[in-house]
Design a protein around this ligand. Structure first.
Ligand SMILES: [Mn+2]
Length: 436
């Protein structure tokens, strides 16, 4: 089915090749940073110069930045679907590679729009922006090696959970066959420096381990583990961690999802989940230059340092989410967080590991008179009929903001003084969704 998009990718590549310089716009998460890096690498090989701007979201303010940026051609990845008309109105060459649900499928004169949804392919589970960027790169030239970067976006968007599917699976299988990616055994915690992996573990978030240095030391000591544990001790550690997850109330399917196959990236010399985390942390902490450099050059010490700093901030925030700080309503849970770029991660932790699994989680981050919203819900909540993309879109609009995303992970931006009103509308809408 992806073949039906080939013409669109070829047209996009043809447009890009007409220019000496292209401006890239994308999202600050792993998928945004990795898709930008894939596109930038493909452009660099064609000797096309590039510049980039990374946004936390795409709203009116960011569109103003786009309008004021000097370029003749731009490529937007991981966003743009909700602003196609506005992009067309710029009268410049715009290429949009997105996987979010399309509000329109316009054939605008200056916009080359490629979205997997237009070929009937699910953009929540089997194609992310990095997949789209990878396919675009193949229309630009022989760029199969860029899969080592694209996989970071797939993992960042959680599309590897339960095994890669559909288009992603086809691409990953080919890369594994070609030896560009090495498949390793399943494990709960990614391979790498043990203490770092335990400390920075978000998926799974384990109380008394994640972000807890003393907890980790006590745990390792109780199992007689030092720096280089043998297989047997690693197995004992893994069983203990699973037991801890069960005690904190994490469901079996979620534990099973976390115990995923590991992909080793030879040019990075690290596990793909680790690579994804570094790209994500750099993007979210405003160090996109390091993140993109790290992806394109297959390593960067500044990016690794930025990652530890961001993970430290994330862990402090994650540990601050306590039952007392979360408001539970009949059909949702919500909290407010003061640190930018972390709310989505906190919502995800609350949804999967700490909160009530049937209730979607909404996190607000207030900045000035606006509030950024990140929402998450579990597969269990999805199975009840909940769709957070609709909730974010409709309820944000009702209070004078905008929003959208995926059924299980969506966001928005609204006036901060209308949060109360927003949560009541959302609570009502989720109740209605469950009835259908
Ligand atoms: Mn994405």
């Amino acid at each position: 089915m992806i073949d039906s998009l080939k013409g669109r990718f070829d047209k996009a590549a043809e447009i890009a090749k007409r220019h000496n310089k292209v401006h890239l716009f994308s999202h600050y998460d792993a998928d945004g940073i990795c898709s930008t890096s894939v596109v930038a690498s493909a452009l660099r090989r064609e000797r096309i110069d590039y510049d980039f701007t990374i946004f936390p979201t795409l709203g009116e303010e960011q569109m103003e930045v786009v309008r004021n940026t000097d370029f003749e051609c731009m490529i937007m990845t991981d966003m743009g679907t909700s602003f196609l008309e506005e992009l067309g109105a710029l009268g410049k060459d715009c290429i949009v590679l997105d996987h979010h649900e399309p509000l329109t499928d316009t054939d605008l004169a200056h916009v080359a729009y490629v979205n997997c949804h237009n070929a009937g392919i699910d953009g929540s589970h089997e194609v992310c922006a990095s997949t789209m960027a990878y396919l675009f790169a193949q229309s630009m030239g022989d760029n199969k090696d860029l899969i080592e970067i694209a996989i970071g976006g797939m993992i960042g968007d959680k599309q590897h959970i339960g095994g890669f599917k559909g288009v992603n699976k086809g691409i990953i299988d080919e890369a594994v066959f070609d030896g560009r990616i090495i498949v390793k055994e399943r494990s709960l915690i990614p391979p790498g420096d043990l203490r770092t992996q335990l400390y920075e573990s978000i998926d799974p978030f384990i109380k008394g381990v994640s972000g807890d240095k003393e907890g980790i030391e006590a745990l390792l000591e109780s199992l007689g583990i030092d720096d280089e544990p043998d297989v047997e001790r690693m197995e004992a550690l893994e069983s203990r961690l699973i037991q801890m997850l069960k005690v904190q109330g994490t469901s079996e399917p979620i534990i099973d999802e976390c115990t995923s196959i590991r992909y080793y990236l030879p040019s990075f010399g690290m596990d793909a989940e680790r690579m994804s985390t570094i790209a994500d942390s750099c993007g979210r902490s405003g160090k996109e230059l390091y993140g993109i450099g790290f992806c394109m050059d297959h390593g960067n010490p500044d990016a690794e340092r930025a990652c530890s700093e961001q993970m430290e901030r994330t862990m402090v925030c994650a540990r601050s989410v306590t039952p007392e700080s979360v408001v539970t309503m009949g059909n949702l849970q919500y909290f407010t967080n003061g640190v930018h770029g972390i709310t989505g991660t906190m919502a995800s932790i609350q949804s999967k590991y700490l909160g009530i699994p049937t209730l979607p989680v909404i996190g607000f981050c207030i900045e000035g008179d606006m509030a950024d919203i990140s929402s998450r819900c579990t597969n269990l909540a999805l199975s009840l009929g909940i769709n957070m993309a609709t909730v974010m879109k409709e309820c944000s609009r009702s209070v004078g903001g905008n929003g959208g995303g995926h059924a299980n992970a969506a966001g928005g931006r609204i006036p901060a003084d209308r949060i109360e009103e927003f949560v009541h509308l959302a609570d009502r809408m989720i109740f209605e969704q469950k009835k259908l």
